[in-house]
Design a protein around this ligand. Structure first.
Ligand SMILES: NC(=O)c1ccc[n+]([C@@H]2O[C@H](COP(=O)([O-])OP(=O)(O)OC[C@H]3O[C@@H](n4cnc5c(N)ncnc54)[C@H](OP(=O)(O)O)[C@@H]3O)[C@@H](O)[C@H]2O)c1
Length: 234
């Protein structure tokens, strides 16, 4: 504990699954946490769990945010800065996985995924990056997927959004070289959450397995930029 004492992290999609686990692991290392998602009730539950887990040693706030709405995302970062000061880590985790074949013709599903998985990630970076560049320090962590490394016939559009996340991470890392701001792209395999499919031939990962990968990336020395982490079950 305490490797991240005095640091502040915004975690999007923090009300369940991987996002909640990331928030808890970062808090376990002493970071103050800003939890974001649309559902405030579940966010408050995670907030209370973190307060209990850390005996109230870290500050936690919950901010209702729809990542597909840019004004919401701007307000999230403003609220974090107003309440907790400098934002050190921004974890772009919120995501949607819906019916993703092109043959399905489910345009609304595609748009939901594009709006949250791609536009939401860009809105988050846009809102937080200027303050990180001003200070020449900070860390953006994007949660992509192994679906951003390979496409199956049932995941075409979801995969497209996750390929986009990887492209954003890769390009941003190049844009930010020598500017002090780090970028990490995390590609999880199947994780046991409400989003994951019920049918899989492999054992699923736990959400904390991904959270620990994030903690690894953010606890490296300042000059070390862990750009890519892929975590699959055996
Ligand atoms: N589970 C897997 O097997 C797996 C594998 C690879 C990658 N991933 C990626 O990991 C991330 C987290 O997935 P998960 O499995 O933990 O899913 P999850 O349990 O369904 O959690 C998704 C989180 O995102 C939030 N969210 C959804 N739409 C949002 C929006 N418009 N604005 C703000 N928050 C929103 C949800 O809260 P609200 O609904 O209250 O907003 C929830 O907190 C996603 O990016 C996903 O693509 C998951």
């Amino acid at each position: 504990m305490n490797k991240l004492q005095g640091k502040t992290a915004i975690v999007t999609g923090a009300s369940t699954g991987i996002g909640a686990a990331i928030a808890k692991e970062l808090a376990r290392e002493g970071a103050n946490i800003v939890l974001a998602a649309r559902g405030l009730e579940k966010l408050d539950e995670v907030k209370n769990e973190i307060i209990e887990q850390t005996n109230g040693k870290v500050k936690v706030i919950a901010v209702q945010t729809d990542m597909s709405v840019q004004t919401d995302v701007n307000k999230l970062v403003e609220k974090a800065q107003a309440d907790l000061g400098v934002v050190d880590f921004f974890v772009n985790n919120a995501g949607q996985m819906r019916t993703a074949t092109i043959r399905s013709g489910r345009v609304e599903d595609w748009e939901q995924m594009i709006d949250v998985n791609i536009k939401g990630v860009l809105y988050g970076i846009h809102a937080v990056l200027p303050s990180m560049l001003d200070r020449s320090t900070g860390h953006i962590i994007n949660i992509a997927s192994v679906s951003g490394l390979e496409v199956t016939k049932t995941s075409t559009v979801y995969s497209a959004t996750k390929y986009a996340v990887r492209a954003i991470s890769t390009g941003l890392e190049k844009e930010l070289a020598r500017r002090g701001v780090r970028v990490t792209n995390v590609s999880p395999g199947m994780v046991d959450t409400r989003l994951s499919s019920t049918h899989t031939d492999r054992k699923k990962l736990e959400a904390t397995d991904i959270a620990k990968a994030v903690v690894y990336a953010v606890t490296q020395p300042d000059y070390v930029n862990v750009n890519e982490i892929t975590v699959r079950p055996v």
